[in-house]
Design a protein around this ligand. Sequence first.
Ligand SMILES: Nc1ncnc2c1ncn2[C@@H]1O[C@H](COP(=O)(O)OP(=O)(O)OP(=O)(O)O)[C@@H](O)[C@H]1O
Ligand SMILES: [Mg+2]
Length: 356
Amino acid sequence: MELHFILAIALSIVAVVPLAFALRGIARTQHAGADGSWTTPDSERQVERLVWHRTYNDRERPPAVRCGRYRLLERLGAGGMATVYHAEDELLHRDVAVKLIAKRFAANLEFVERFHHEGRLWANLTHANIVSILDAGYTPWDFLVMELMDGGDVRTVLHCRGRLSPGQTIHVVSQICDALTFAHQQGVVHGDVSLSNILLRRSDGTAKLADFGLASSGAEVDRRNPGEIMGTPGYLAPEVAWGGQPTPQSDLYGLGVVAYRLLGGAATAQTGDPRATTPLPTAAPRLLPLAQLRPDLPRHMVMAVQQAVALEPDSRQESVAEFHAQLIGRHERPLPVQLAATRLRKAVRQELPRAA
Ligand SMILES: Nc1ncnc2c1ncn2[C@@H]1O[C@H](COP(=O)(O)OP(=O)(O)OP(=O)(O)O)[C@@H](O)[C@H]1O
Ligand SMILES: [Mg+2]
């Protein structure tokens, strides 16, 4: 009797577990198809997912060596939600970067949906200072393919150099101003402007903005969990840290912090949280006055940066373009941007290990 009972339980587990996976696969596939995502045939996707779920568990699974036609060569870095690899496109014979969603999120329908949603917004932004999305796929699980930025990210440059000169800062920040102005004109908010999301090209020092990871177009704002706050602590505008929607003004705050750190140094000192009663660990810290850290800076630069990182959105510049005009002192003597660009190019070449 007892044996029968045990056999019955074992049989139901054998029958129910694959069924549960199949149903989950179908749910995901149908959703992906319904919102017009880029994935190829539903049945294929479903089978791939089932095979993966049945074959491996989280700890044993070896790192993927291929994502579709892209052969993963080297890990470039990892963030909160994905790992980025240098990869080879075996069809077109070129180097690319593959952003593979973190394994722990791959079975989370809502997260994968958001990843795709963001990927689509990003893929439709074509600009010289926005990292291009080249492709996307779902084998072994969801990934984006980007152009490879072989100079790495600006956070690494800053760690190598300590801080940048005014001209070098303008060289980087001006390009990101262009990218953000363009995105805002298209109704897209970046939502996570930070040093690690600014990438460099080694050959000419071009800076590009990556990871429209929290991007949301005006029409498609889609934050499913109102209590959930995403972004990089330290770059988050106070109003977003307090649960508000990211806006062009909060992107401006993030860019202001980027400029502040480039000029003030990587380990920039901060005073305590100005709203210390907040329960949110991500609340924006108050930054020490830039003039105190860099008394050598031109006054218009200090004022532009300080205004961009104002706690109240209304106290900031009206747009990223206005911030840019102030930063470069449009009505004052321009800084030697070209000279700075040459120096930055040289620094990138000398001080960074090759990403490619
Ligand atoms: N297109 C790319 N080309 C070259 N390197 C890249 C590219 N995209 C990202 N990287 C590298 O991979 C690292 C990890 O990127 P990822 O976006 O996953 O995390 P992050 O930007 O550090 O943090 P976050 O979770 O806030 O995005 C980056 O810091 C960067 O050095
Ligand atoms: Mg990133």
